[in-house]
Ligand binder design. Structure first.
Ligand code: BTN
Length: 351
């Protein structure tokens, strides 16, 4: 858990603009009210009035939320306050955070799943309206790029998939993951006050050469049109990388290790969802190639590095020189030829 600062003042009023809607889950509204005054207390009678229920009803809701793992402090003359954030993602608290940052999107939170991308695929096949988000605290069969497995510890990391029915031309897909990478790297930089978080083309977020996140975009295409699109990302958040499997622990780290303290899972997940939705809209609008290249340059982990790119059985050695407007990696090969690569696995000789 991540403790909130102590609530020194007695209780404070939540902003008047916080009102529930008829559709809103009362527990989400309750958490939204608690969050809006956090770290202070809110009195039981104000909660009862805003939730249109008795104080006993409020107490019963709070008991249920506590049972679900939330840390809500009660004090006789002050009321209630959120004392800490649980490490595991909780549906109602995530919904409250999404409201708080004015981002609306349907979310499905699970404790464990095979893979959030697979679940999103199933929900799309069952006709779920887009966009929606699938979150899972753990994945038993997380999928990575090139048919690899994505490792998930029991808790501590973020695994989410956002699903869309875009109906746009296939061309826009070329830079979709790269735009997501740019926007998400900026979010992570702002969270950790660390300007060294960068993107390793095409789908890794790294810091000093160690992986902190991986992105996986999957689409179904019909006659050059993207019918369904699933963007999945796994972020090493509050986990300890030396407990990861040997094969990946040396080349991985987590944001907690970087920042020196745990990060609030719900705040990060909500802001991540908002960022992904915004980057998607940017892509739909048809962003400018120059804007992508300019943004990429500031975040490019491979810039001027000596790399080896494997494309199937072919291996290309050379110097990485950024990307072009189509999102292809530009390489000056050792024979002096300039190559633009649209896929491949990059290894860096020296970080
Ligand atoms: C990679 O680096 O190879 C991409 C990893 C993508 C992992 C995420 S975790 C959430 C989503 N669900 C999955 O099964 N995979 C993606």
């Amino acid at each position: 858990m991540v403790k909130y600062p102590p609530g020194q003042r007695l209780s404070v009023q939540p902003p008047l603009k916080i009102k529930g809607t008829s559709k809103e889950n009362p527990s989400s509204l309750l958490l939204r009210l608690l969050l809006s005054v956090s770290p202070y207390y809110i009195s039981g009678s104000i909660l009862a009035e805003r939730l249109k229920m008795s104080r006993v009803g409020v107490w019963a809701r709070i008991t249920k939320l506590r049972e679900a793992g939330l840390f809500i402090e009660a004090s006789q003359n002050k009321g209630y306050r959120l004392a800490a954030e649980p490490d595991r993602c909780n549906q109602e608290l995530l919904e409250a955070w999404l409201h708080q940052i004015r981002s609306r999107c349907k979310v499905f939170v699970h404790n464990t799943l095979d893979s959030t991308n697979s679940e999103a695929e199933r929900l799309l096949a069952n006709g779920e309206n887009d966009p929606f988000v699938v979150v899972s605290n753990h994945q038993s069969n997380g999928r990575g790029r090139l048919g690899r497995k994505w490792y998930s510890p029991k808790e501590g990391n973020i695994h989410i998939s956002v699903a869309f029915r875009p109906n746009f031309n296939l061309i826009k897909l070329r830079t979709f993951t790269l735009w997501q990478g740019v926007c998400i790297s900026e979010l992570l930089r702002s969270f950790c006050t660390n300007e060294s978080i960068s993107i390793k083309w095409p789908n890794d977020l790294v810091i000093y050469g160690k992986k902190i996140a991986g992105m996986l975009t999957e689409a179904s295409i019909d006659c050059e049109h993207v019918r369904t699109l699933i963007f999945g990302i796994g972020i090493n958040l509050n986990s300890t990388s030396n407990r990861y499997p040997k094969s990946i622990s040396r080349n991985s780290t987590s944001l907690k290790e970087l920042y020196g303290q745990k990060i609030r899972t719900h705040e990060m997940t909500a802001k991540l969802i908002k960022t992904i939705l915004k980057a998607y809209k940017k892509c739909l609008r048809g962003n400018s190639e120059k804007e992508l290249i300019d943004n990429w340059e500031k975040l490019d982990a491979l810039n001027e590095k000596i790399v080896e790119v494997s494309i199937g059985k072919e291996k290309i050695k050379g110097k990485a020189l950024g990307i072009n407007g189509d999102g292809n990696l530009k390489i000056k090969a050792t024979n002096g030829r300039i190559r633009f690569l649209h896929s491949g696995e990059v290894t860096v000789s020296k970080w």
